[in-house]
Design a protein around this ligand. Sequence first.
Ligand SMILES: Cc1ncc(COP(=O)(O)O)c(C=O)c1O
Length: 289
Amino acid sequence: MKIYLDGEFYEKENAKISVFDHGLLYGDGVFEGIRFYHGRVFRLAEHIDRLHDSAKAICLQIPQTKFEMIDAVLATIRQNELQDGYVRLVVTRGSGDLGLNPALCPRPTVFIIASRITLYPEEMYRHGLHVVTCATRRIPHGALSPMVKSLNYLNNVLAKIEAQQAGAGEGLMLNEQGFVAECTGDNIFTVKNGKILTPAISSGALSGITRQVTFEMAAELGIAISEPDMTRYDIFTADECFLTGTAAEVIPVVKLDSRVIGDGVPGPVTRALIERFHQLTETTGTAIY
Ligand SMILES: Cc1ncc(COP(=O)(O)O)c(C=O)c1O
């Protein structure tokens, strides 16, 4: 495996960063997870835009332009001769001293890993996931914008641990007001009376790229979509529920906190979206080779 690190490619065992890197010491940095299918990178420009927005919001100057970053992602996949897989792109504040001061980190660290990923077993896409509500709340906007895809994922990690301890496939995260925000690594949607609902970004959700694709697919399919304040009640009483994310794609949810959602099987809207999503990943994207 060849890893991109600050403009050079290294074998996996030689791709090393300093223990003084503030990405490691303080979670000070931003990242993206990007998928490629059949030799094409899905929604690459959108991911690079979000990376730059995340960096701008935390006063981190990415050394590469957006075009250079796109080239670096494509070059990393080419170096590994992959057609299908997952890219992890990370930009940290770089090496400094042991204090917080980011001004002492002269150069951000940029690394790109192109590999494979399977988040959920195939049967979960056919039968649906069980989700539990986590006690750990989503980070409030006033502390750190949930829009920033930062290296501070500890609250999501803690929520994931809760979900795993409960034997669930994903954990539902609420915001400080008790409204639904999202899951630990995915956005959440319901279907009620033929209409799609999803919490607004202001609820504490990440502005997911797959979430945006879902809005586009719903428009194509002529299904109305809205972004109300949502509580667990709205999920308990929904006809269908599904999650979206780069790694998870579109995955059905059939249970929340032991309440069966709808008929307890993936519903027709979810299935139509999964099918359309696969068509999009097969037919669109930035060519790698
Ligand atoms: C907290 C969180 N919410 C939602 C998502 C889904 O976003 P996307 O569709 O851009 O992968 C992710 C994954 O990136 C995430 O980490």
